[in-house]
Design a protein around this ligand. Structure first.
Ligand SMILES: Nc1ncnc2c1ncn2[C@@H]1O[C@H](COP(=O)(O)OP(=O)(O)OP(=O)(O)O)[C@@H](O)[C@H]1O
Length: 261
């Protein structure tokens, strides 16, 4: 039985840890090489990308996720969207989550943009007909009419991101997950994307936004968590958390510098 109350919580994260295990070839030292006759040695490296993170997300929350490179933000988004199973702890999600295509998961570069729209839509739980009905709108929003039948490997990174964003926001998600969406595309697209997110915020149960632009976080979110080296450092209002984070990284409060974090 879920302990999540359908009426007021969209997401509950309890004691979540995610550990990546990678193996690598250890470079043999001369002595090792001689005694082990030059055989390479496999070693396992564990990366504790998230460590005992807990938080609740009430309906109506636009949650910003901030933190330095490698803090665990994308890992958290992957775990929330169900792509990555928790190593420990649990995640309860109440509603349909938008596909996380902007992370490079879900799109197949050998297929056309149009075929990838269908894949993304199916991944987010829509029927083929529902997705096909929206394909033109998705394409138009991404300004990709001319290119939509070309394989995605021929797209620029901006075109790729615009399509990812457009698919994510047109699938009527209950929970909208956006990773670095504001850095997708050019200035014109950024403005359009920000307006779309503000509109969706009204309808979606919750929104998660990972961004290095603290100005965007401040503008679009009403709640913020700050991750650092896999740990939850702080949860609070955008003003409070951004102030603490800025103090932590010791850059002062110049808006120009804030934008560059
Ligand atoms: N597939 C993976 N395999 C192994 N380690 C990984 C993998 N993905 C991420 N990591 C590691 O997990 C940690 C958290 O990475 P993550 O991408 O979640 O951080 P982030 O906060 O999103 O960073 P950024 O701001 O640079 O995007 C990092 O130490 C990273 O090297």
């Amino acid at each position: 039985m879920s302990s999540l109350s359908a009426s007021d919580l969209s997401v509950k994260v309890e004691d979540l840890s995610v550990t990546y295990r990678t193996t690598f070839e250890r470079v043999p030292t001369l002595k090792n090489a001689v005694t082990r006759l030059g055989r390479g040695q496999r070693a396992v490296r564990e990366i504790h990308a998230l460590q005992h993170v807990s938080f609740d997300v009430p309906d109506g929350t636009a949650l910003g996720i901030i933190g330095n490179n490698g803090a665990g933000k994308s890992t958290l988004m992957r775990a929330l969207s169900g792509i990555l199973p928790p190593t420990e702890g649990r995640i309860e999600v109440n509603g349909r989550v938008s596909p996380l295509l902007s992370l490079g998961v879900g799109f197949n570069a050998n297929l056309s943009g149009r075929e990838n729209i269908v894949l993304g839509g199916l991944a987010s739980g829509l029927s083929r007909k529902e997705v096909q009905d929206r394909a033109d709108e998705v394409t138009a929003f991404a300004d990709l009419e001319e290119f939509i039948d070309a394989p995605m490997r021929t797209y620029s990174s901006g075109m790729y991101s615009r399509l990812a964003f457009s698919v994510a926001v047109h699938m009527d998600p209950d929970i909208l997950m956006i990773d670095e969406a504001l850095s997708a595309g050019d200035a014109n697209f950024k403005t359009k994307a920000a307006a779309k997110m503000a509109e969706l915020r009204e309808n979606a149960r919750a929104m998660f936004l990972v961004s290095h632009s603290l100005a965007s976080i401040q503008q679009l979110c009403n709640d913020v968590i700050w991750l650092h080296k896999g740990k939850l450092m702080m949860r609070g209002t955008p003003d409070d958390v951004i102030a603490e984070y800025t103090r932590f990284v010791n850059v002062g409060s110049s808006a120009v510098i804030l934008e560059d974090l």
